[in-house]
Ligand binder design. Structure first.
Ligand code: AMP
Length: 214
C-alpha cells in the first residue's frame, strides 16, 4: 500500500506511521527524521536544513524533493511506503504525482489526522528530550520521575528548539498556509481519509486501521 500521512505538526503522524509500517511491513519515510539524522551527522544537507528547521520554517522544496526522490527509488519501496511529513506544499505534491506517474504507480490513500491548534500547542510545548540517550518525555502526559532529569540516564532533559511555543505557533501558521491546501488537492482526487487525532494513541491507531480497512 502507498500511503501519505497528513496533519499538523504534533498531530501524531509519525507515531501512527511507525505503527502502520510495522503492521503492513512497508518502509516509514519521514523527511523530518532524514533531516534530523543529517543534522546529527553534520552533513551539508543537515547544515542547510537546520537553518530553516530551527526557525519553524519549511526546508526549500528543491532540497526536500531530491531526498525523497532518492529514497523512493530504493528497492524496499517497490511494494509500498508510508510518507510522513512529505508532501508539505502543493509543488511537492505535484512533483510526487509526476514521479509516481513515471514509475507507473500512484498513492492509494492519504490519511489526514485532524487535531485542533490548541491541543497541538499543549502537546508540543510540553515535549522534552534527553540530549544524551534520546528518550522522550512530556511535562503533562509523560513526566520525568525527577523534574528535568532523564529517567534512563539522569542527564538534564531539554526542549527541542522547534518544540518551543513560539516556534510551534509559527510551524502551525506554516502548516495552515502551505500544507493544509493539500487536503483539498487530495480530496479532489478522492484519496483523503480523515481521522480524529485523539489523545490516546491506541484509539487513533484503531481509527486509522478502520478507515484503511486493514
Ligand atoms: P517533522 O518531524 O515532520 O515535523 O519535520 C521537522 C521539520 O523538518 C519541519 O518543521 C520542517 O522544517 C522540516 N521538514 C520536514 N519535512 C519537510 C518537507 N516535506 N518540506 C519542507 N520541510 C520539511
Amino acid at each position: 500500500m502507498k500511503l501519505i500521512m497528513l496533519g499538523a505538526p504534533g498531530a501524531g503522524k509519525g507515531t501512527q506511521a511507525a505503527k502502520l509500517s510495522e503492521k503492513l511491513n512497508i518502509p516509514h519515510i519521514s523527511t523530518g527524521d532524514i533531516f534530523r539524522n543529517n543534522i546529527k551527522n553534520g552533513t551539508e544537507l543537515g547544515k542547510k536544513a537546520k537553518e530553516y528547521i530551527d526557525k519553524g520554517m519549511l526546508v526549500p522544496d528543491e532540497l526536500t524533493i531530491s531526498i525523497v526522490k532518492d529514497r523512493l527509488m530504493q528497492e524496499d519501496c517497490k511494494n509500498g511506503f508510508i510518507l510522513d511529513g512529505f508532501p508539505r506544499t502543493i509543488p511537492q505534491a505535484e512533483y510526487l504525482q509526476k514521479a509516481l506517474n513515471e514509475m507507473g504507480t500512484d498513492i492509494d490513500h492519504v490519511v489526514n489526522i485532524d487535531v485542533d491548534d490548541g491541543e497541538i500547542i499543549k502537546r508540543m510545548s510540553g515535549r522534552r528530550v534527553c540530549p544524551n540517550c534520546g528518550a522522550t518525555f512530556h511535562t503533562v502526559f509523560k513526566p520525568t520521575k525527577t523534574e528535568g532529569t532523564c529517567d534512563l540516564c539522569q542527564a538534564k532533559v531539554i526542549q527541542r528548539e522547534d518544540d518551543k511555543e513560539e516556534t510551534v505557533i509559527s510551524r502551525l501558521k506554516t502548516y495552515h498556509e502551505q500544507t493544509e491546501p493539500l487536503i483539498d488537492f487530495y480530496s479532489k482526487k478522492g484519496k483523503i481519509l480523515t481521522v480524529a487525532g485523539r489523545k490516546e494513541i491506541e484509539e487513533t491507531s484503531k481509527a486509522v486501521l478502520e478507515v484503511l480497512g486493514v
